[in-house]
Design a protein around this ligand. Structure first.
Ligand code: ADP
Length: 405
């Protein structure tokens, strides 16, 4: 079975085509600047050079058409005919309280995703455009949606409720949802396989640290708590997002600086975090370089970033009454030797003993970075959200086929 994985944004669309017999990527690419006259399609076939194409792509229907054209192109395509695409899997950011697992796209599912537009106004409408565009281009191909929030639906109410008037939860569903669920699910499963232990037997803390960053406490194989909240703003300090702050700062700043709601929202999401503290960049590589060259603000940003991850690890170890495994993943978690060291140093009381040699190795596979004697195992596991989306899509569509036969 061949599965096309799509991550549709409002002006971009990323894709990967998988052959599920061996879970290999046959081709991948992205369409950028949808809605503009100079949209860019970048197609990356396996074993062939990248192809770039600039043209007018005014909507998602045309974007998906161009993707199919690329995939079936006689020279650099990966398919001889579009009917070789057996199923399409979509990343959807918000599944609210309705979806606790991936599902086949039906009229009812589309309606529910629309009902959730309020909770993810920047993401869910774009995902719906992707789903409709596939429907138009590939009307008979089954589609599956995989939600960033679904993995965290197992959280108990002590984790997901906010201590604010409960009418707000009842009326507006204001609660913690958590994000990066596909990544937390993927790396926790992979880490358990690496350790050759059942996931259910491990108390695990997964640290997805990229531009956006979240931690998850995983117990009995399920998400028990996570640092992002109703929106991806809560929790850790991030590239441009503040993470946790005193909520009273919002009205105070609005009043003192005469900011509108939109302005304060933009301040906390786009002009805070590492960017604000370093005054240099939201990018961990640039901040680390500046720190090594002696920049004091860059060092402060780096130290604050690491400190906040460390605090959450401590909190989740307490919340689960212990921790056996800590997993680092995503751009920073997979690559920053210095940040992993800054986080792991000074928490030896938890039973963590970092192996500096293992931590400095630059490898692309899952590996352990603690010593053999370390009671808590710390792993680096490269995330692969697209593969998990492809796997869920395959499983759901396969079971559909066997039910029909
Ligand atoms: P996104 O949330 O956009 O998917 P990524 O998971 O790709 O983000 O992570 C991007 C972050 O990873 C950036 O801050 C980048 O600097 C950081 N990063 C990537 N490679 C390295 C590296 N070798 N050392 C330190 N940080 C890195």
């Amino acid at each position: 079975m061949k599965v096309l994985v799509i991550n549709a944004g409002s002006s971009s669309l990323k894709y990967q085509l998988y052959d599920m017999r061996n879970e290999l990527v046959l081709a991948s690419g992205r369409v950028e600047r949808i809605g503009m006259d100079s949209s860019i399609v970048t197609h990356e076939p396996v074993d062939k050079p990248e192809v770039r194409n600039v043209s007018e792509i005014l909507d998602h229907v045309t974007a998906v058409k161009r993707v199919i054209d690329m995939l079936t192109h006689p020279e650099f395509g990966a398919l001889s005919h579009l009917n070789e695409i057996d199923a399409v899997g979509h990343r959807v950011v918000h599944g609210g309280e309705v979806f606790s697992s991936s599902v086949l796209v039906t009229q009812e599912v589309k309606l529910e995703i629309r009902r959730l537009f309020d909770l993810a106004p920047l993401h869910n409408p774009a995902h719906m455009m992707g789903i409709s565009a596939v429907e138009t281009n590939l009307p008979n191909v089954p589609q599956v949606v995989v939600f960033d929030t679904a993995f965290h639906q197992s959280m108990p109410n002590t984790s997901y409720l906010y201590p604010i008037p409960t009418v707000l939860y009842r009326r507006h569903k204001i609660r913690r949802y958590g994000f990066h669920g596909t990544s937390h699910a993927y790396v926790s499963t992979h880490a358990a396989e690496y350790l050759n232990k059942p996931l259910e037997s491990l108390k695990m803390i997964t640290c997805h640290i990229g531009n956006g960053a979240s931690l998850a406490a995983i117990m009995d194989g399920k998400s028990f708590d996570t640092s992002m909240g109703m929106t991806p703003l809560e929790g850790l300090m991030m590239g441009t997002r503040s993470g946790d702050i005193d909520p009273a700062i919002v009205p105070f700043v609005m009043n003192k600086e005469e900011l509108t709601l939109n302005e304060v929202n933009s301040m906390l999401n786009k002009h805070s975090g590492m960017l604000a503290i370093s005054g240099i960049s939201s990018d961990m590589r640039e901040v680390t370089e500046a720190m090594l060259e002696g920049d004091k603000n860059a060092k402060l940003a780096f130290d604050m970033y690491a400190y906040r991850v460390k605090k959450y690890i401590g909190a989740y170890a307490a919340a689960m009454n212990g921790v056996d495994t800590i997993v680092f993943t995503a751009g920073v978690g997979e690559n920053s030797v210095a940040l992993r060291k800054a986080i792991c140093d000074g928490i030896s009381f938890l039973g963590i003993e970092l192996d500096e040699q293992r931590n400095s190795e630059r490898r692309k596979d899952a590996r352990e970075i603690t010593t053999d004697a370390s009671r808590v195992k710390v792993l680096v596991v490269p995330t692969n959200e697209e593969l998990l989306i492809a796997r869920d899509t395959y499983t759901i569509v396969k079971s559909l086929e066997s039910n029909q036969s």
